[in-house]
Design a protein around this ligand. Structure first.
Ligand code: SF4
Ligand code: SF4
Length: 121
């Protein structure tokens, strides 16, 4: 089974992805490439493309529902690590469900995480 996020990408093309500007400042331990962000206010920046009425993160390399990868996965914003996929950790995720449904994809179910191999006879 492939991780469901690898054939999805919906959440990266549904929400505004905003976070504290310090995450783009190397001197403060920030890792997010600043040129991929835009200023929102005195405290926050957002990933470019996600403040639009039809959000799509500039770092998203995907065909939604078919294949998806984050081009800056190792250094992506903290907020991107905080959205769990539904049932990955035993509970539904309203954000995941909302994003998938908005892109015409069914919400994930526990069966999507069935990693158990068939029991040998
Ligand atoms: S919407 Fe859910 S399944 Fe799709 S990429 Fe985001 S967390 Fe993963
Ligand atoms: S930085 Fe990566 S994980 Fe975060 S919204 Fe953009 S593509 Fe998705």
């Amino acid at each position: 089974m492939r991780h469901p996020c690898l054939t999805c990408g919906a959440c990266c093309a549904h929400f505004r992805v905003s976070f504290h500007w310090s995450e783009t400042e190397p001197a403060l331990g920030g890792t997010v490439p600043a040129h991929l962000t835009e200023k929102l206010d005195a405290h926050r920046v957002a990933m470019r493309g996600t403040s639009s009425k039809t959000p799509r993160c500039t770092a998203l390399d995907a065909e939604i529902g078919v294949r998806s990868r984050c081009a800056i996965h190792p250094v992506k914003p903290s907020v991107c690590r905080e959205v769990p996929a539904s049932w990955e950790f035993g509970a539904p995720s309203p954000q995941c469900d909302k994003a998938r449904l908005a892109h015409g994809l069914p919400a994930l179910t526990p069966a999507d995480w069935d990693l158990e191999p068939p029991i040998a006879a």
